[in-house]
Design a protein around this ligand. Structure first.
Ligand SMILES: NC(=O)c1ccc[n+]([C@@H]2O[C@H](COP(=O)([O-])OP(=O)(O)OC[C@H]3O[C@@H](n4cnc5c(N)ncnc54)[C@H](OP(=O)(O)O)[C@@H]3O)[C@@H](O)[C@H]2O)c1
Length: 242
């Protein structure tokens, strides 16, 4: 897969899947715009990506729970790039605890805001740049928690609510943007293990049916979907759980 000439935006890129995707996209030739809640966190990964692949990469601060910083992120990218080809909606706060009282009101509000309205506002404010691309892809890292009656995770109900809202948004967005040729691709993974492309184990192939899903496989699904010809609109990836 070749991402040369593609401008790729990743939210929540300071660690975990967002960082892994940034490193991998850099190796595939992408020009990257990375955001994290703090500029320092985004810059740290941007420096790693540049050192690893030589990719052109800019760092931005964006707290997805804060609409002003989402707008600022989009404005910052617009000042440096004339279009966005791939938007990875990755950032979302995880909240643990099965009981509603396991989290305070601020954590609940922040969880719903980062995952739900954060994704919505990011797409809204990047839409002019996405529309400027000859073939844009919006990728949403949702969760199996958004699947109907999938209650296996011990995540807090606020996380379920955030991911369900994100899924509802993705569903209608895919339909609404289809006539413009913009693809909306959503993934509903169960828990997956962290992975680090800078680590030798990233490319280790020996995995069995008893092993947990890995970030590497989730990432490969994204690359597969965005690598398809423009007449192929993959809406979603769902995974059978153990
Ligand atoms: N890992 C899994 O098992 C799994 C399973 C299903 C779905 N997912 C989804 O896949 C995505 C990536 O997963 P992950 O494992 O990398 O998640 P993670 O380890 O929980 O990291 C979440 C990322 O989102 C960022 N974030 C949290 N709140 C934010 C906010 N208000 N504004 C901006 N960024 C914020 C975090 O930044 P900070 O470093 O600043 O906290 C971090 O980069 C998430 O959307 C997650 O819900 C993950």
């Amino acid at each position: 897969m070749d991402l040369a000439e593609k401008t790729v935006v990743v939210t929540g890129a300071g660690r975990g899947f967002g960082r892994a995707f940034a490193l991998s996209a850099g190796r595939l030739g992408a020009r990257l715009c990375l955001s994290a809640r703090t500029l320092a966190a985004a810059q740290k990964v941007a420096d790693e990506v540049a050192a690893d692949s030589g990719a052109r990469v800019d760092a931005f601060a964006c707290d997805l729970a804060d609409p002003a910083t989402v707008r600022g992120f989009a404005q910052g990218v617009a000042a440096r790039a004339d279009r966005v080809d791939v938007l990875i909606n990755n950032g979302a706060r995880y909240l643990h605890g099965p009981d509603l009282w396991d989290a305070d009101d601020e954590a609940i509000t922040d969880t719903v805001a980062s995952g739900a309205t954060g994704t919505l506002l990011t797409v809204k404010h990047f839409l002019p740049l996405l529309r400027a691309s000859e073939g844009a892809d919006v990728v949403n890292l949702v969760s199996s928690a958004a699947e109907a009656r999938n209650h296996r995770s011990q995540a807090h109900p606020a996380f379920y609510a955030a991911k369900a809202a994100q899924a509802g948004f993705a569903d209608v967005l895919s339909h609404r943007l289809r006539p413009e040729g913009i693809r909306v691709i959503s993934l509903y993974p169960p828990d997956f293990t962290d992975g680090d492309p800078l680590d030798a184990t990233w490319d280790q192939a020996a995995r069995t049916a008893d092993d947990p899903l890995t970030a590497r496989s989730v990432l490969d699904c994204v690359l597969f979907a965005i690598g398809q010809p423009r007449d192929c609109f993959i809406r979603s990836f769902h995974f059978e759980q153990v």
